[in-house]
Write a protein that binds this ligand. Structure first.
Ligand code: FES
Length: 155
């Protein structure tokens, strides 16, 4: 029989508690134990960033993070960006410019606007068919982009 442990942490500002195995990743805990499916299982080895969540304000790859290590910490998924039920300005911009496309990476992209310069962000922008719409959505947020990409204008 596999030993299980009680894991307690704050998820999007609310306390949660669940039983986990020592080997469960934070992604397993969120998606399979707590039914929070906005963090996506992409590569499952730390390369793509689709599983990124914020732990105490810092982005972490949930697929590489052992669930028990977030005990007592604050975990934020894209659902936690809502303020009084309203979308974050970047989420609203994605909605207004039809930038979601398939939506697989949207939770990650709109959850980490201050990380627009990250390698994962640029990788998603480089591969997504909706990149032109994303660039339109990003116009008000260009201050977060790397200087080398700020002058890009896709209309
Ligand atoms: S699923 Fe790709 S980095 Fe975690």
């Amino acid at each position: 029989m596999t030993m299980k442990y009680v894991l307690s942490f704050n998820l999007n500002g609310l306390p949660v508690e669940t039983l986990v195995k020592a080997t469960d990743t934070l992604l397993d805990v969120l998606r399979e134990k707590l039914n929070v499916v906005s963090p996506k299982r992409g590569c499952d080895n730390g390369d793509c960033g689709a599983c990124t969540v914020l732990v105490n304000g810092d982005p972490v790859r949930a697929c590489l993070t052992i669930g028990l290590t977030v005990a007592g910490k604050n975990v934020q998924t894209v659902e936690g960006l809502l303020q009084d039920g309203k979308l974050h300005p970047l989420q609203r911009a994605f909605h207004e410019h039809y930038a979601a496309q398939c939506g697989f990476c949207t939770p990650f992209l709109t959850k980490t606007p201050s990380r627009l310069a990250s390698r994962s962000w640029r990788a998603f922008l480089a591969t997504c068919a909706g990149v032109a719409h994303m660039w339109k959505s990003l116009k008000p947020f260009r201050q977060w982009l790397p200087a080398s990409t700020r002058s890009r204008d896709d209309g």
